[in-house]
Design a protein around this ligand. Structure first.
Ligand SMILES: N[C@@H](CCC(=O)N[C@@H](CS)C(=O)NCC(=O)O)C(=O)O
Length: 262
């Protein structure tokens, strides 16, 4: 079993400071006006009170001891990153599931997260629990916006698997991407407006898989007629939390191969 400990970058920064309330006045000058005193203290306290959350994730198929290509795992990791929660990843080889993992996750699926000594599966349930247990910063997407973009993933898979170019699967995907483009144009830059929220953290890893898998297997890319969809992806893909939790393109391509071939 491989284990890797990951800490959010802001937390690492505070840990590097020894999780102390900094004494040096220049620290506060560097970090802006009065409010940063409070913020620093809050993060430092979080580091003291929060033992890392344990999460089982898919291991890379190409590189030992690296995170693999599961968009549901990335969604949960992104949520932890955006909430500045420390976590400890247990990398699971899904092609050869160890007994300890099957004890934890009888369905054999990742992600699973340990809350209060109980292992909880399913990224929907996990994201909800993280919101309830760690409400700050809030990442709630209002109910009326929660389903924006939610059909993109299934239509992407339909197109990826399709062997019939006139079967309508490409158009179905374009329709979904196009309504998403219109929505972001009107309401963006994120699904809930100016701030990133849970719906973005669920959708972005799926768009990442879409871009890589369709680029590789279909030589297809999102058309320039959908600039808002494209810039939405660019913005999220370049966030530190995203870059830290994404799979390698090589793993994404390998992960979709059985679906394309099957
Ligand atoms: N609905 C679940 C889906 C999780 C899921 O399908 N995970 C895949 C990896 S991306 C898995 O564990 N598959 C089991 C396997 O490949 O054996 C969630 O949102 O967490």
């Amino acid at each position: 079993m491989s284990t890797a400990v990951a800490l959010s970058s802001s937390l690492k920064h505070n840990l590097a400071l020894g999780i102390r309330f900094p004494q040096n006045p220049s620290f506060y000058r560097r970090n802006g006006p009065k409010v940063s005193t409070f913020r620093t203290f809050t993060v430092a306290m979080a580091a003291i009170n929060t033992t890392p959350l344990e999460i089982c994730v898919k291991a890379s198929v190409s590189t030992p001891n690296k995170l693999g290509d599961c968009p549901f795992c990335q969604r949960v990791l992104l949520t932890m990153e955006e909430k500045h929660l420390p976590y400890e990843m247990k990398l699971v080889d899904l092609s050869n599931k160890p007994e300890w993992f099957l004890q934890i996750s009888p369905e054999g699926k990742v992600p699973v997260v340990k809350f209060d000594e109980k292992w909880v599966p399913d990224s929907d349930v996990i994201a909800q629990s993280l919101e309830e247990k760690y409400p700050n910063p809030p990442l709630v997407t209002p109910q009326e916006k929660a389903l924006v973009g939610s059909k993109i993933f299934s239509t992407f898979i339909g197109f990826l698997k399709s062997k019939d170019p006139s079967g309508g699967t490409e158009q179905a995907l374009l329709d979904e991407l196009s309504s998403f483009n219109d929505y972001i144009k009107e309401n963006g830059p994120f699904i809930n407006g100016v701030k990133i929220s849970a719906a973005d953290l669920s959708l972005a890893p799926k768009l990442y898989h879409l871009e890589i898998a369709l680029g590789h297997y279909k030589k297809w890319s999102i058309p320039d007629t959908l600039p808002y969809t494209k810039s939405y992806m660019k913005t999220i893909f370049s966030m530190d939390s995203f870059m830290k939790t994404r799979a390698s393109p090589e793993d994404v391509i390998a992960g979709w191969r059985p679906k394309v071939m099957g």
